[in-house]
Design a protein around this ligand. Structure first.
Ligand SMILES: [Ca+2]
Ligand SMILES: [Ca+2]
Length: 642
């Protein structure tokens, strides 16, 4: 008899002995017994999951099944909106702001090359060190940057591949794999992009004289497709079937399985049946506000070549037979199809689990590495610090611990998964003890599993998100906190501070699409205090007392003078010089950070400017004057003494 059968019998006996005190028995079972773990992680999956309020037409009945079994977190976030840094942070349990691995060109760096992560004990290794058998399949780390040595079993499940791809039948990379092409049915400019394609597998591509799909994970390279019923399996299908086989085996040791789904990451090719679930004529476009970016810090988008992806896509597809709006609908359809495809794989795994001997003692987590824009703010991508990029599905089924079918609205993030699993599996708390000594940054959200509505935890009241800034760090060199953008999401608000000192503040109760940036408006005292509270929570999590934005900009673009004209003259004068025409904002704050005056907020021509303003209504004391442009921010002290 395997260890798990023994646990099951023990559990049944225990329950029958304590029928009248079910709550106590449930909690004891969770604390005392060995549990297996399955983590299913999807790639680039936003909140388009049933019940999350993302795309209204999402169909995810199997994820919904898991929600019925466990607890759904409706305010869960990724810590970095791009694969490599997000997954490195998740598996090592350390924030990007601690390791310095944020993204940008760092996405190309091997995460193990960052000093803090070289010998960090990953969650897989921690389980392995404590007697668990590890299994992994599909995309677990960032493709090509895996550290598969963390598995004590070869990754013999599904490949970590985004294929199948279109191919010309012959061209190979120097490293021995076929070269992927774009799909021939796409609009002209997208046709050449191997990542830009989306279509059902039944749309067999033609490149040059070659017609057929290519799989880039094993020879022969041709991906056989005769019909929906007669074709090879895609990587995610191989993974879900492989996990099912693992669940059908008898294990002598507890197991830890990661099932990494490659979809809905691009290119979005999937079996036709999933496209057919979403007829084009029924597709609803996402909420969209033209010029939504106008009130946002320009540093968040002006250097991001994805920031006009929607407008470029619509232009590129305008001349096609069906027109641009229908192409946008096809884009949405492909995303929903790939989400449904991933959901189907979740169903395959859940079916096997329910029919296995491990149904009662296996923790199941479903999540994603970050979200994705579907056209909002003109992005058709990830790598932003807004809700569409940071928000992720997170469902946790912990037998004997989680309350079935409940929702948690308290903010949590991927950083909390490692400490939560340590808590649920009763593993030693600090995996890096005896090693590099670094503490994990997250907190166990077990209290929310046990009490979704009124649970309280030791973690923060906000979830911390990062976005890489515009400075390209050298290879494998940690990027400093001040050169990146940071954001916190509370139950109701999102506060963001950019590397050049610009701010955003969104009220999700009244503005769920983050259309109206309150930080650039005149705030009442209560809202100002709220903004400042979010900022201080952010600084706590960044582990800094103050972020010296003013030291960041070594620009000679400005000369900023200020004169006090004496006790008899209550006029203050500011002079500044602009090297080019730009937007300028000048504001006055008191020592508590409350904004008292907004002096200028308009585009100014190049050249020298001076302005005077009267502070007679303010009492003597210390004030601050802040000047901001899209690329510059500086704050000066002003002492008023009358
Ligand atoms: Ca991803
Ligand atoms: Ca806006």
């Amino acid at each position: 008899m395997g260890i798990n059968s023994a646990i099951k019998i023990k559990y049944i006996k225990f329950i029958s002995a304590c029928v009248t005190s079910l709550l106590i028995s449930v909690s004891l079972y969770g604390q005392n017994d060995v549990t297996n773990v399955i983590i299913i992680i999807s790639d680039d999956l936003n909140d388009s999951v049933e019940g999350m309020g993302g795309h209204a037409q999402a169909q995810t009945p199997n994820i919904d099944r898991l929600i019925d079994m466990g607890v759904q977190f409706t305010n869960a976030h990724a810590n970095a909106p791009i694969c490599g840094p997000s997954r490195a942070s998740l598996w090592t349990g350390m924030y990007p702001s601690k390791t310095g691995y944020y993204g940008h060109n760092q996405q190309q760096n091997r995460w193990r090359n960052f000093p803090m992560m070289t010998d960090a004990i990953t969650i897989m290794e921690h389980y392995s060190n404590n007697g668990y058998k590890l299994y992994g399949s599909g995309k677990v780390f960032h493709n090509g940057h895996e550290d598969n040595s963390v598995f004590n079993q070869p990754l013999d499940g599904g490949p970590s591949s985004f294929g199948p791809f279109p191919w010309d039948g012959s061209t190979m990379h120097s490293w021995g794999k076929p070269l992927a092409f774009g799909h021939s049915i796409m609009p002209p400019n997208i046709r050449d992009s191997k990542w830009g394609g989306f279509a059902p597998l039944s749309e067999i591509p033609t490149v040059g004289n070659y017609t057929g799909w290519m799989k880039d994970w094993e020879e022969p390279w041709d991906f056989q497709y005769e019909s929906e019923m007669d074709r090879e399996l895609m990587p995610d299908e191989i993974t879900s079937i492989w996990v099912s086989e693992k669940l059908n085996e008898t294990h002598d040791d507890p197991f830890f399985i990661v099932a990494g789904m490659n979809r809905p990451h691009t290119p979005r090719y999937a079996p036709k049946e999933f496209f057919d679930m979403f007829p084009l004529e029924t597709i609803i476009l996402p909420p969209y506000l033209a010029n939504d970016l106008n009130d946002t810090p320009s540093i968040l988008w002006e250097n991001n070549n994805q920031s006009s992806a929607l407008t470029r896509f619509l232009e590129d597809s305008a001349e096609t037979d069906i027109g641009s709006e229908m192409w946008w609908k096809k884009w949405i359809q492909s995303y929903l199809a790939c989400v449904a495809f991933v959901d189907h794989q979740v169903g395959v795994i859940l079916d096997s689990l329910e029919n296995s001997q491990y149904a009662e003692n296996t923790i199941v987590i479903f999540t994603a590495d970050h979200g994705y824009h579907m056209g909002e703010k003109n992005f058709l991508s990830k790598t932003t610090i807004w809700e569409e990029s940071t928000r992720i599905p997170l469902v946790v089924y912990a037998p004997g611990v989680s309350v079935a079918g409940e929702k948690v609205s308290h903010p949590v993030s991927l950083i909390d998964i490692y400490p939560t699993l340590i808590d649920l599996s009763a593993l030693p708390e600090n995996p890096n003890i005896g090693g590099n000594g670094y503490l994990l940054d997250g907190y166990s959200f077990r209290p929310f599993l046990e009490n979704p509505i009124n649970g309280t935890w030791n973690g923060p009241p906000v979830a911390l998100n990062h976005l890489h800034g515009i400075v390209n760090p050298a290879n494998n060199i940690p990027s400093p906190i001040a050169e990146n953008h940071h954001s916190v999401r509370s139950s109701r608000y999102r506060y963001t501070l950019t590397s050049d000192g610009e701010e955003e503040f969104y009220d999700h109760l009244n503005d769920p699409n983050e259309w109206n940036n309150l930080a650039i408006t005149d705030l009442d005292d209560a809202t100002t205090s709220l903004l400042e509270w979010h900022k201080s929570e952010m600084f706590d999590l960044l582990n800094i007392s103050t972020l010296n934005i003013n030291e960041l900009t070594k620009s000679n673009e400005f000369n900023f003078y200020q004169r006090y004209l004496g006790a008899s003259n209550w006029t203050t004068q500011i002079e500044y010089t602009l090297s080019k025409k730009t937007q300028v904002k000048i504001e006055v704050f008191n020592i508590n950070g409350k904004k008292l005056l907004s002096l200028v907020n308009e585009s100014k021509p190049a050249g020298k400017h001076e302005m005077s303003f009267n502070l007679s209504k303010f009492s003597s004391g210390l004030y601050f004057c802040k000047m901001t442009t899209p690329t510059f921010s500086k704050t000066k002290k002003m002492i008023l003494s009358y």
